[in-house]
Each structure stands twice: as structure tokens, then as C-alpha cells.
Design a protein around this ligand. Structure first.
Ligand code: SAH
Length: 214
């Protein structure tokens, strides 16, 4: 099988920008992003940019997906919670690298579309929920890793902090003031939480409650 040259170029660019974990790069190589983008943007599936999806949301930029996954330091035995399923692309990447992914989306439409993609790709270690991810998934806590793919206003939702295992890592974008978002890595220790700044980012907002759909 010949590799798509655009995909090869993208993976090299991600490596040069600091996505170092070979397993993460391999996962990006393996998951067909063209299955997760809308028809009009098919030719841009391997461009390093976010693209519009249904319900006014976006599929994240490959560099951001790679970086967030890299900094999560995933291990095979990990149980991961993702907030913001969206297209399911980030979910599919996570599913290559750990035991089980639990993913929450507030739009039923997006969750269903993602479910079809997971089925087509035979990804059997993903469990989906349509709910407000700001509340986390208390019945299944604690999680070894939590990844939030929408920007929380000012502070990390307390439920997510509570549901992170001791020794666990959370990656989350925070919008500290309007228009200014930064990605953080939070590590839970026996004593509390350490917060490390990663880089400025741009995500759609994390919105409370289920989405109204017609
Ligand atoms: N990882 C996704 C990113 C999608 S954009 C991808 O690569 O495709 C972020 C998603 O977060 C959107 O689909 C949005 O509907 C969802 N979202 C926002 N607030 C949420 C909440 N409180 N609970 C669950 N999902 C939420």
C-alpha cells in the first residue's frame, strides 16, 4: 500500500512541531481523517487545520490532536474520559492507544455520526454518552486520563477534577478572558493539583447542558 504523500507530510510536520511519541504518530497515520470530515472538505482532510462539522462545531486541527494526545502520556492500561466527541476523530486516535475510551457529547446528531464511523473502523473499545460533559461520568470515575476538546470558561469544571485519578493527567483548554484561550495540563497528586501551561489555542466553547436539536 502506498502512503498518501499529504498524510506523510502532515505526520512529519507534527513531529517537527513537538509530537514526539511514535505511538501517537502511528495512530495518526492509521486513522483515516477523511472519514471524519464533511464531503466538501475531503480534499483538506490532511491539511493541518480545523474544519467545520455538523451542528456548528469543528474537527480539531491534527497538530492539536497530536499534541494533546502526546501530552496525555497514554498507556495501554488506561481508562480515558473525553469531553466533546464531535466528529469522533480524537476519540478514534485515543482508542488506538488505551484500553477503553468513554466519550461524552452534548449533540445527539454528532454522537450518532461518530458512532457510525467507529463501527466502520471496527473500534470496539469506545463507549459513548449524550450528556453534559461538564458533569463528567461519576458512575465510572476515577479516570486515568481526561481530555476536554472544548474550551471551559475560566475554570476547570470541578466534577472533572474530582473524577481524575490520583496520578492522573487532564488536558483542557481554558478561556481565561474572552478570545484568549490556553491549553493546560493538570496532574493530580496525593496533595492536590499541578497546573502546567502548554500553548495558546482556539476551541469551540464548552457549553453547559444538553444541546437543543430540531
Ligand atoms: N474532538 C472533537 C472536537 C469537536 S469540537 C473532534 O476532533 O472532532 C468540541 C465538541 O465539544 C463539540 O462537538 C461540542 O458540541 C462539544 N461540547 C461542548 N460542550 C460540551 C459539553 N458540556 N458536554 C459535552 N460535549 C460538549
Amino acid at each position: 500500500m502506498t502512503a498518501d504523500p499529504r498524510k506523510v507530510a502532515l505526520i512529519m510536520a507534527l513531529r517537527n512541531q513537538g509530537v514526539r511519541d511514535m505511538r501517537v504518530l502511528e495512530a495518526i497515520e492509521k486513522v483515516p481523517r477523511e472519514l471524519f470530515v464533511e464531503q466538501p472538505f475531503l480534499d483538506q482532510a490532511y491539511a493541518d487545520q480545523p474544519l467545520p462539522i455538523d451542528c456548528g462545531q469543528t474537527i480539531s486541527q491534527p497538530f492539536i490532536v497530536g499534541l494533546m494526545t502526546d501530552r496525555l502520556q497514554l498507556e495501554e492500561r488506561h481508562k480515558v474520559l473525553e469531553i466533546g466527541t464531535g466528529s469522533g476523530y480524537q476519540t478514534a486516535i485515543l482508542a488506538q492507544l488505551c484500553r477503553r475510551v468513554f466519550t461524552i457529547e452534548r449533540y445527539r446528531t454528532l454522537s450518532r455520526q461518530a458512532e457510525e464511523r467507529f463501527r466502520a473502523l471496527k473500534l470496539n473499545n469506545i463507549t459513548q454518552l449524550v450528556a453534559d460533559g461538564m458533569k463528567g461520568w461519576p458512575q465510572l470515575a476515577p479516570f486515568d486520563r481526561i481530555i476536554v476538546t472544548a474550551a471551559a470558561a475560566q475554570e476547570v469544571p470541578p466534577a472533572l477534577l474530582e473524577q481524575l485519578a490520583i496520578g492522573g493527567i487532564m488536558i483542557i483548554p481554558l478561556e481565561e478572558r474572552p478570545g484568549k484561550q490556553d491549553l493546560y495540563r493538570i496532574t493530580r497528586t496525593a496533595k492536590g493539583y499541578d497546573q502546567e501551561h502548554l500553548l495558546p489555542v482556539r476551541f469551540v466553547p464548552l457549553v453547559e447542558g444538553l444541546a437543543r436539536e430540531i
